[in-house]
Design a protein around this ligand. Structure first.
Ligand code: AMP
Ligand code: MG
Length: 342
């Protein structure tokens, strides 16, 4: 529900601000995929084009989940990889998976393991995927012992990527949940850039859960406005980013998926050092960069690291970061300040 409200307010921002004199008009389509809401505002000359392109984009996201990213579906490459844990000959990866894992390992290494694509067993233990709409009275917190045990099979240091061959130990599992939405943004961007046809969208704003792609120039020459959610009240924005042209913006927040037990909030971003939801003093991190995967990888890692180390990590990848801390205070990297309005 909170995500829905966020999307609606975001869409209203885009739609109201997007009515220039040019021929292309914003048309919005909303669907679900990857367990989240997908909102597409496409600048097209007619409704029919919006239907055609939005359907193709939805298909792209579904294919990505089914063929590449899902840890659940036996059709995906991640699933196949996870079946071969401990294979001494290593596992040959597709070119796309090689790039994904290579980028994730780079962020993991630079961020002292804060992004951990082997954290899956701990995520399963917390049962995060089943939190939304769950009856909390039936929920049992994992024990310290269970967490300790699950952590034994995690840590990106266990992974070794040599060319396109991945080596990883017995009982380790890959989970790309922290970067899936960003990978989807990148795929959509590539698709829009390569699409042919007279009626293809010249400009678009597409959100996949907490990750947003802005593409092209608004026909009226104005800036895209991307809302930053107030973690204390996720149905409203605390401010917005004004952006021109192509950007990827990903937010990781403790309000996105959580469960409350005995008045304590347990959220979905795990500190790989402890196995518990990260307590770095921040409630949300927004990353701004040109690259989809990086925006998503850095938002998760920077959440775990907190303001100081998280800012350094973002800047190491030429990205900008905005943090909202537990008291509602806003911190930004210097480069972010020019885009943010409260
Ligand atoms: P995001 O919303 O992009 O920050 O991604 C959070 C999701 O990534 C969670 O729902 C988990 O599936 C997974 N996850 C949680 N903590 C981590 C972590 N430290 N590193 C990698 N993946 C994580
Ligand atoms: Mg992320």
């Amino acid at each position: 529900m909170k995500k829905f409200l966020f999307c609606i307010s975001f869409i209203m921002c885009c739609t109201l601000a997007g009515c220039g004199q040019a021929k292309a008009e914003p048309v919005t389509r909303i669907n679900t995929a990857m367990g989240t809401m997908i909102s597409q505002t496409l600048y097209v000359t007619d409704e029919e084009s919006a239907d055609i392109y939005s359907k193709e984009i939805m298909q792209l996201i579904t294919d990505l989940e089914e063929n590449l990213l899902s840890w659940r579906l036996a059709t995906s490459e991640v699933y196949t990889i996870n079946q071969q844990d401990g294979n001494p000959d290593g596992i040959i990866l597709s070119a796309q998976m090689t790039n994904i894992i290579s980028d994730c390992l780079a962020v993991s290494e630079a961020g002292d393991g804060a992004l951990d694509i082997t954290i899956g067993p701990v995520v399963r233990l917390w049962d995060i995927d089943k939190w939304s709409g769950q009856d909390t009275s039936a929920y049992v917190l994992p024990t310290e012992e269970q967490i300790k045990e699950a952590l034994e099979n995690t840590g990106c240091k266990g992974l070794s990527l040599e060319g396109n061959t991945l080596y990883f130990p017995d009982n380790m599992q890959i989970d790309l949940g922290a970067v899936g939405k960003g990978i989807a943004l990148q795929e959509i961007l590539d698709y829009l850039q390569e699409a042919e046809g007279q009626n293809k969208p010249d400009a678009a704003v597409i959100s996949v859960g907490g990750s947003v792609l802005t593409y092209g120039e608004k026909p009226d020459g104005g800036a895209w406005r991307v809302g930053i959610v107030n973690p204390a009240n996720p149905s409203e924005n605390i401010g917005f980013l004004s952006l021109k042209g192509q950007w990827c913006i990903s937010t990781s927040g403790d309000y996105e998926r959580y469960i409350e037990i005995n008045n304590k909030r347990y959220h979905h971003i795990i500190d790989p050092k402890t196995g518990y939801p990260a307590e770095s003093g921040v409630r949300s991190v927004t990353i701004l960069t040109k690259d989809g995967l990086l925006s998503d990888a850095l938002s998760t890692a920077s959440f775990v690291l907190g303001v100081e180390e998280g800012s350094k990590l973002a800047e190491a990848f030429d990205a900008e970061a905005l943090f909202i801390d537990n008291e509602g205070a806003i911190y930004m990297t210097d480069g972010m300040k020019q885009y943010f309005t409260k």
